[in-house]
Design a protein around this ligand. Structure first.
Ligand code: FAD
Ligand code: SIN
Length: 535
């Protein structure tokens, strides 16, 4: 039995744009721990390509950004949250620049080195600020440097948070967070961290699918932990598939940015025919749900393994200067995007649903916040518009920082939290169960809960989840936990939330498309799907 407790004013689980943004926005007298499953850069933020949306062009307007977001969200965006986020676009970009993020500027002398704005699906104007095609790397690297200079912030890399600890608030009788249990994966020891305020900034859950653009850490841990602790989650059926990931056995669904289409890239069938104009008048720049579904439709109709993305009509100089990283990575897989169309397929990319929060990032539990992709704020509705995610991370990091600062002034501090008890478990001799179940889960989620769904397929998936849950509970009560096991446990919980939400939505809307209910039913379903663990 271990009683090894660390104590902080604020614990932030996750070191991406949301976690780093929050830590840097809190006042420097607050003692902060940031935990990260692998190294501090390893999360979706680092891999972001296209950019961050913000209204900076004189011809553009906040109203247009707001309308585009709501249109992409297929009727489910919360107007007040959309307003909040889009109105903080410029301030968020200014904040990043003040923290040394270097964005691409117009190379043209007459433009006064203004920021270069690119375009992506659903946006009516050029409003995507970027650092070439490696925006996330520029953001993550600059924020890491700032964090490492702050003496009030301690980073714990290679630390996997297992679960939240809660108790009853003496004053209000409400549940409040008091800390978390943490597995130090390098030393293989479990210890407690104590704090009146914990923020989940754990990113998304796209690893629940066999093919995903996301890094390995995106296993829905924050959503699963919050659910186990008693928080409501919403809109989990809206898993976004990015239309264009490189089709190559070794590319691990490497993303080809939507900005390639924004700069003129066309989607083609193997015989060179363009097909997107048959599906939407915005063609290649329709919102992602529409483009991914069109590609899926054409691949199934023609029995082809991929479609093609072609930007070879632009000059090689243009392509190399706008997409240097993509050009280099594609060459390493044997494709020259300046000359040839790239084979592309859709892959799981973004979790639109998540832990329900208010406009300050606060969840149902006192002291527990959720920010970034793990949260459900109401911004994205049934389909996130491109480049609205990092913006959401930053806006809610700021909102949460103000609320947390006030909250800490009167927060009740726990004297002690119960130590992790592993006296009754042994080391596993059955690691194969974990790897087998990981593979099985991701395969059936891809086959049964993907871009096109049916009730029967969802029920099949639900049946398999029930079996997996039993095996996981059995494993959990007998064996020492490992990172792989913890991730599997969280993925299974998240998968069940996705399936249950999808079964409840008996219509098609945004990213949820089912052959059994192919139409949108505003009368009965123009509302969020809210799941409550206490019901
Ligand atoms: P992440 O950046 O994913 O960070 C999650 C953090 O949580 C990591 O540090 C991880 O280690 C930690 N963590 C998770 N679980 C635990 C645990 N149990 N214990 C401890 N730590 C844990 N969005 C845009 O707006 N513009 C883009 O151009 C763009 N391009 C993208 C390209 C790619 C390839 C991908 C994958 C996504 C892209 N997105 C883009 C989406 C966007 O990058 C993410 O939604 C956003 O960066 C999420 O930030 P985050 O801080 O919420 O999570
Ligand atoms: C991309 O560059 O296509 C990703 C943008 C996003 O997910 O917002």
């Amino acid at each position: 039995m271990s009683d090894n407790t660390f104590s902080y004013d604020v614990i932030i689980i996750g070191s991406g744009a949301a976690g780093m943004g929050l830590a840097l926005s809190l006042p420097s007298h607050i003692q902060i721990a940031i935990l990260s499953k692998l190294n501090m850069s390893e999360g979706s933020t680092y891999y972001a390509q296209g950019g961050i949306s913000a209204v900076l062009d004189d011809a553009d307007s906040l109203d247009s950004h707001r309308i585009d977001t709501i249109r992409a969200g297929a009727g489910l965006c919360h107007d007040d949250i959309v307003e909040l986020v889009v109105s903080h676009g410029k301030a968020s970009i200014d904040w990043l620049m003040a923290n040394n993020v270097q964005f691409s500027t117009n190379k043209n002398i007459r433009s006064n080195n203004k920021l270069h704005l690119t375009k992506e699906g659903g946006h009516s104007y050029r409003r995507v600020v970027h650092a070439d095609d490696s925006t996330g790397r520029a953001v993550q690297t600059a924020l890491n440097e700032q964090i490492l200079n702050q003496s009030n912030i301690k980073i714990f890399e290679h630390h996997n948070v297992i679960d939240l600890v809660t108790s009853k608030d003496k004053k209000t009788g409400k549940k409040r967070v008091t800390g978390c249990y943490v597995l130090d994966t390098k030393k293989d020891v479990i210890f407690n961290m104590k704090s009146p305020c914990v923020t989940l900034a754990t990113g998304g859950a796209s690893k629940v699918y066999l093919y995903t653009s996301n890094p390995d850490v995106s296993t829905g841990d924050g959503i699963a932990m919050a659910w186990r602790a008693g928080c409501r989650v919403a809109n989990m059926e809206f898993m976004q598939f990015h239309p264009t990931c490189l089709f190559h056995p070794e590319a691990k669904s490497f993303l080809i940015s939507e900005a390639v289409r924004g700069e003129g890239g066309l989607l083609l069938l193997p015989d060179g025919t363009r097909f997107m104009p048959n599906f939407d008048k915005r063609a290649e720049l329709a919102p992602r749900d529409i483009v991914a579904r069109a590609i899926d439709h054409e691949m199934k109709r023609l029995g082809i393994p991929s479609v093609f993305l072609d930007i070879s009509h632009r000059t090689a100089k243009f392509t190399k200067s706008h997409f240097p990283m993509l050009n280099e990575r594609c060459l390493s897989f044997g494709f020259d995007m300046t000359k040839d169309p790239l084979p592309v397929v859709p892959a799981a990319h973004y979790t639109c649903g998540g832990v329900m929060t208010d406009r300050n990032g606060l969840t149902d539990i006192t002291g527990l916040y959720a920010v970034g992709e793990t949260a459900f704020t109401g911004l994205h509705g049934a389909n996130r518009m491109a480049s609205n995610s990092i913006l959401e991370c930053l806006v809610f990091a700021k909102q949460a920082s103000i609320d947390i600062t006030k909250f800490l002034e009167g927060a009740e501090r726990s004297s002690r939290i119960k130590a992790w008890d592993d006296s009754k478990v042994i080391n596993s001799d059955e690691a194969i169960v974990v790897s087998h179940n990981w593979a099985e889960l991701r395969q059936f989620m891809w086959d049964y809960v993907g871009i096109v769904r049916t009730t029967k397929r969802l029920q099949r998936a639900k049946h398999r989840i029930t079996l997996l849950k039993q095996e996981i509970e059995d494993y959990y009560s007998h064996f020492h936990v490992t990172s792989d096991f913890l991730e599997l446990r969280n993925l299974v919980t998240t998968a069940e939330l996705i399936i249950d939400s999808a079964l409840l939505r008996k219509e098609s809307r945004g990213l949820h498309y089912t052959l059994d209910y192919p139409n949108t039913d505003d009368k009965n379903f123009k509302k969020d799907t809210v799941l409550n663990p206490s019901k």
